[in-house]
Design a protein around this ligand. Structure first.
Ligand code: ADP
Ligand code: MG
Ligand code: ZN
Length: 476
């Protein structure tokens, strides 16, 4: 039997506001435990939450960017459960009336485009963090994260493969980063994903029983965990069994998931509207302002890069996945306008360098202007393409300008005809057999001679001149 996987993702994105969602404690990461707390986020009795306007503003940006319908009136609800990291005994979230509904994003995998629906986007508060002592049966709790604002983005079950799930997640991460509302770090947990997956016979319209996967803190884990889970469910069904609806924990060390708990139902949480908070009203003016303020988004930028600069879709996709990378590319073009060459150098040597040094584009040791000036030097024939890589590496190390490096290291291309003639003559003199063979008709040997001359000049001779002079000397 042929099975089709059905996947839906729930993403929690931590918003980059300065203060928490219902109090003015700092959201700064890494402070000593329990120093960013107050009676509100510690859940003391008799205190009242006050909604942070910036949180709504950031959430609206995401809702607009993903073409959601925005509820003019939404509500906060209490989601009740007991856990030591939740001092109030309930989490303030949105339930029946979320901020936004029915959006979508486009994702592309191996050339295939798919529209993935977004069921809802709502605001909620984060819980604290438990720290389990490694050596004693003791756990401690840090409430600094309690009340840090999150948006939850729930997809429709529109995703059909682990690869597509990865692409969707990357797309959303790219969008939140473009919007500047979340730093999108899966490893550090500021962008978290739970994956729901079921399988059904290919062609069937009804949904199968799903499981929910947790602890997916890298793109690789998301894809691997889904692949594993799809395989596990297939086996169960082929054995005549039934998939149990449950929450499973991905264990990256052992490449498998284990059952964590039975899946709770919404009614278990005893949701009810939070009487401490007024309904949230978002008026037209606010939405219009957010729309106006929206930056160019990755898809639009990608399309523009293809149209305006004639870049292949592949290059445009890669360059626009990160807003800063796209800015870097366009900063290069202001100085040197061959888009494809700039793109090649960014995708090749530059990203290679950043990768090796574990740096982001904003920390690049080679500035956009210097890279562009380097490419101009090649374009003007001052240095060869090969030498350009040497200059690039040197720029990365010393931070010097490309012109200074070429000057100081004497890397300029040799265009002095007399000098090249001398070297050509020397090469021909020391390879009499090859010269004879060439003159006897083995003209393919030209490349061999060019190679020798380039080696003699450490790659600095102008290759065109070398070719011309060689031909002249060999054919007369
Ligand atoms: P809950 O929040 O109670 O887990 P939701 O209805 O909010 O349930 O769905 C959570 C996620 O699970 C959504 O992204 C949804 O698309 C996905 N989902 C729901 N049913 C299925 C299913 N049968 N197979 C795969 N994914 C599903
Ligand atoms: Mg949910
Ligand atoms: Zn507080």
């Amino acid at each position: 039997m042929n099975f089709e996987p059905v996947i839906g993702l729930e993403i929690h994105a931590q918003l980059k506001t300065k203060t928490k969602i219902f109090c003015n404690c700092s959201t700064e990461f890494g402070a000593p435990p329990n120093t960013h707390t107050c009676p509100v986020c510690l859940g003391m009795p008799g205190v009242l939450p006050v909604l942070n306007k910036k949180v709504v503003d950031y959430s609206l940006r995401m809702a607009v960017a993903t073409r959601c319908e925005i509820n003019r009136e939404s509500r906060f609800a209490r989601k009740n459960y007991f856990y030591p990291d939740l001092p109030k005994g309930y989490q303030i979230s949105q339930y029946e009336l979320p901020l936004a509904r029915n959006g979508w994003v486009m994702v592309e995998t191996s050339g295939e485009k798919k529209r993935i629906g977004i069921n809802r986007i709502h605001m909620e508060e984060d819980a604290g963090k438990l720290i389990h002592a490694p050596d004693r049966p003791v756990s401690r709790v840090d409430f600094n994260r309690t009340g840090v604002p999150l948006i939850e983005i729930v997809s429709e079950p529109d995703i059909r493969s682990p690869e597509q799930a990865g692409a969707y997640l990357r797309q959303l991460r790219s969008i939140v980063r473009y919007l500047g509302i979340c730093d999108g770090n899966l490893e550090e947990g500021s962008f978290r994903c739970d994956a729901n997956v079921s399988i059904r016979p290919a062609g069937s319209e009804t949904l199968g029983t799903r499981t929910e996967l947790k602890n997916l803190n890298s793109f690789k884990h998301v894809e691997k965990a889904l692949l594993y889970e799809i395989g596990r469910q297939k086996e169960i069904i082929l054995d005549g069994g039934k998939v149990v609806q449950e929450t499973r924990l991905w264990d990256p060390g052992n490449n498998r998931s284990t059952a964590m708990r039975g899946k709770e139902e919404a009614h278990d949480y005893r949701y009810f509207p939070d009487p401490d908070l007024l309904p949230l009203v978002v008026d037209e003016g606010w939405i219009a302002h957010v729309k106006q303020d929206l930056p160019e988004l990755p898809d639009d930028k990608k399309e523009r890069f293809v149209k305006a600069y004639g870049l292949p879709a592949y290059d445009a996709q890669l360059l626009t996945a990160d807003r800063e990378l796209a800015d870097y590319f366009e900063a290069c073009l202001k100085v040197f306008d061959n888009a494809k060459q700039v793109s090649n150098w960014i995708m090749g040597p530059l990203l290679g360098l950043l990768n090796a040094q574990g740096k982001s584009i904003s920390e690049s040791p080679v500035s956009a202007v210097y890279l562009a000036r380097l490419l101009s030097l090649v374009d003007k024939g001052v240095i060869s393409g090969k030498i350009a890589k040497t200059v690039f590496d040197e720029m990365a190390q010393s931070g010097n300008t490309p012109e200074t490096i070429v000057e100081e290291k004497g890397l300029g291309q040799v265009t002095d005809t007399a000098a090249i003639e001398d070297i050509v003559q020397k090469v021909l003199d020391s390879n009499p057999n090859e010269v004879q063979a060439y003159r006897g008709g083995k003209t393919k040997l030209l490349g061999y001679f060019v190679g020798r001359v380039m080696k003699e000049t450490r790659g600095q001779a102008n290759p065109q001149l070398v070719n011309e002079i060689l031909k002249e000397k060999l054919e007369t």
